[in-house]
Design a protein. Structure first.
Length: 182
């Protein structure tokens, strides 16, 4: 999703609208797999869900949507939300099986402390759900950063606002999430 030659940045004419999920995935598969690798890099060591499986599951779920994507922004938002849902559902299934499996997500950009911090993914999902009820825009930004691997600058470009606005919104979202997690 980085770089000016990105297939998601420059989809072929009508690929996101006319071709829907299939065309968007065909064009962006390599980038989506890299995105999944980044998302999985934040997961605990030894996680049994692999990036390819994560993308496959996201594809199946978006395929059920059967909609089209009017823009890159819509496609990116759908991917970030779907990856979040897949990881949350996976953690819930593991927890329901009552295995001694960590449902921790390692995040380095959530708190102000340096380094990487492990956070329970189910608690994070609850915090994001509460944030969405309080401020949907902030929740979308947090989801895009934490699960979509986007930077504030990339989100600003997608949303057509300044990076400063997104950084300010992200700061508010972080504070909200951290207050819910503590």
């Amino acid at each position: 999703m980085r770089g000016p030659t990105s297939s998601i940045d420059h989809p072929s004419a009508g690929s996101l609208g006319a071709g829907g999920v299939d065309a968007a995935f065909d064009e962006a598969y390599t980038e989506l797999k890299a995105l999944a690798r980044r998302a999985m890099a934040n997961e605990r060591t030894g996680h049994t869900l692999q990036p390819t499986a994560l993308i496959s599951e996201a594809y199946v779920r978006l395929r059920k949507h059967r909609g089209t994507f009017a823009s890159r922004e819509a496609f990116c938002a759908a991917i970030a939300v779907t990856i979040r849902r897949v990881l949350i559902d996976y953690a819930r299934r593991k927890k329901a099986q009552q295995q001694v499996v960590s449902t921790q997500l390692e995040v380095g950009n959530l708190s102000d402390r340096p380094g990487v911090e492990a956070i329970d993914i189910l608690a994070l999902d609850e915090a994001l759900t509460a944030l969405a009820q309080a401020n949907a825009q902030h929740a979308e930004i947090a989801t895009s950063i934490l699960f979509g691997g986007l930077t504030c600058e990339e989100i600003a470009s997608l949303e057509g606002v300044s990076a400063r606005t997104i950084r300010r919104d992200w700061q508010c979202a972080r504070l909200f999430i951290m207050s819910r997690l503590s």
